[in-house]
Structure formats: C-alpha cells, structure tokens
Design a protein around this ligand. Structure first.
Ligand code: KMH
Ligand code: ZN
Length: 275
C-alpha cells in the first residue's frame, strides 16, 4: 500500500497549558514540538502560533519566526499554516501566513458551531477569497471539511475554478458542531470524496486513534497532535506531540503502511516543491 503521510497538529488555537502543560506556546517550544513530531515520523506540521502567554495569533512576523525555527530543527518538513486561526478572527487577519508563500495551507470549507459557544465563520465568498489568494501564490489548499455539506462547497469552488484538481481533503470528525467520528460517518465522508482526491482524517479527542486506523486501512493519511487531542490513552496526558505521532506510526505500520518522508509526501500531494 502507498506510504502514509502523518501530519502533526502541534498546537492549535484552542487547547492550552491548563489542559496539558506540554502544549507549546513560545517559538522555541513550537520548534521543539515540531522536531519531536518529525523525528517520530511526521512529514507535515500543521501550524498555528501563539504569543508567549498562549494567545493565538495569525501575525505574519510571529509565523515567520516559528517557521524559521522549525526549518532550523527539521529543514525537510512541510509546514502547513492554518488560515482558520481562532474563531472570531477577521478574514485578513487569518490570511496573514499566506504572505510567507508556504507550500500548503488550510482552506476551511464552511460555517459551523465550533464547540459550545463559538461559531466558525466561513461564508462562500470568504472561502473563494482565501482560495483565490492561494491559487495566485501556488499554495496547495488542504480542504478542511467538518461535515458532508462542506464537500459540496469545495466542489462548487472547483467548478468555479477557485480550486484546482487534484484535491486534498482533511476529514475532521468529532468537533462539537460537526459530523461525528463513527465508522459509518467516516465511511460516508470518505465515499463522498471525488475520485482521485487524496485525504487525511482527523479524529477529535478520544476519537484520534480510531479515526487514524480507519484512514490507514482505507488508503488515507493521518493527522494527530495536541490541537485535536491531548491524551496518549484514556486519562494519561501525552508528554509531547512526538508520543502521539509514535502511536500513529505504530498503528499505521501494523496495518501495512510505512510513514512517508516529506519528499514522498510532496510527491503524493503534488506540491509545488515535489521532485
Ligand atoms: N481553530 C479552528 C477554529 C484550520 O486550522 O484551518 C479552526 C482550525 C482549522 O483550526
Ligand atoms: Zn488548525
């Protein structure tokens, strides 16, 4: 079977040191968590950044500092900045990391309740605006879909030529407000993808590793990390993102999938830097 791309979502915008003291905030902490993830087998770092007090920011200067520090620790790794940021951020605030011309970035494909009180706003015109910017800069969008309807929205944008094939999706399962993470829900999402697209799957909270296994056996790729889950096993906080990646690698290998290097991942995803 094809090699498996493991993405490490090392920090996120919502999880804090109160949830798990090992969540990285500073540039050094973020770069160190990226290194641990890479050494454990991750080929993509999905990146949010924080100020030193933990406040999430999309500030381009802070992103550049973190990206430079990550590249120093693991030069080959693919860095995938978030354009989702945190709920409540304005569009142009969220888009700032695009100015750094990363190889990939996320493109969130719909509006939804996000947890108990927050609303994650992505109108169709917002998604088009983000997609157009990525197209102009040759940045491959990872299409973040939190529910089935968001796949329809992504396909609408393909028709309108805001997004070019081959498509790459991230099926995010288990956010409160989005689709759940059962096998039936995973299969429904997976079967709804257009042919020839690649996909990663992300299970939130206790669903992290069951969704990883579903992705591994069905030809997909895996995302794990503190952004989505802080536990190594029930009741046991992970000491680092590296531990979560190691567990994902063990699952993937048992299921016959070897982790892809960043170079292999670039080829599989047809990124602009692929050799
Ligand atoms: N922080 C969430 C509101 C993304 O990275 O593009 C959105 C998010 C998705 O994390
Ligand atoms: Zn994210």
């Amino acid at each position: 079977m094809e090699k498996i791309i493991i993405t490490a979502a090392i920090c996120g915008a919502e999880v804090t040191k109160e949830h798990n003291p090992n969540v990285p905030y500073t540039v050094t902490e973020i770069a160190e968590e990226a290194r641990r993830s890479y050494e454990a087998g991750a080929s993509i770092i999905h990146l949010h950044v924080r100020f030193n007090d933990g406040t999430p920011t999309q500030d381009a200067v802070r992103f550049k500092e973190c990206m430079d520090a990550i590249r120093k620790n693991c030069p080959a790794v693919i860095i995938q900045p978030s354009t989702g940021g945190a709920t409540g951020m304005a569009n142009d605030e969220r888009l700032q990391p695009i100015e750094l011309s990363p190889e990939m970035a996320t493109l969130d494909c719909g509006t939804m309740n996000f947890g108990e009180d927050d609303i994650f706003i992505n109108s169709i015109s917002t998604i088009k605006y983000f997609a157009q910017k990525m197209l102009e800069k040759g940045i491959k969008p990872e299409l973040e879909v939190f529910d089935r309807s968001m796949i329809n929205t992504a396909m609408h944008l393909v028709t309108k030529e805001y997004i070019k094939k081959p498509l790459h999706f991230n099926l995010v399962l288990g956010v409160k407000g989005g689709i759940g993470a059962s096998l039936a829900e995973f299969s429904f999402m997976r079967e709804s993808l257009p042919p020839e697209s690649t996909f990663t799957a992300t299970g939130i909270g206790r669903h992290q590793f069951s969704v990883a296994a579903m992705a591994a056996v069905s030809g997909g790729h895996i995302r794990v990390g503190f952004e989505d889950n802080i536990y190594l096993e029930p009741g046991v906080l992970a000491e680092s993102n590296g531990q979560l990646i190691e567990k994902a690698v063990r699952i993937a290998k048992e299921l016959g999938r070897e982790p892809a290097t960043p170079e292999e991942a670039r080829k599989i995803l047809k990124l602009r830097g692929a050799k």
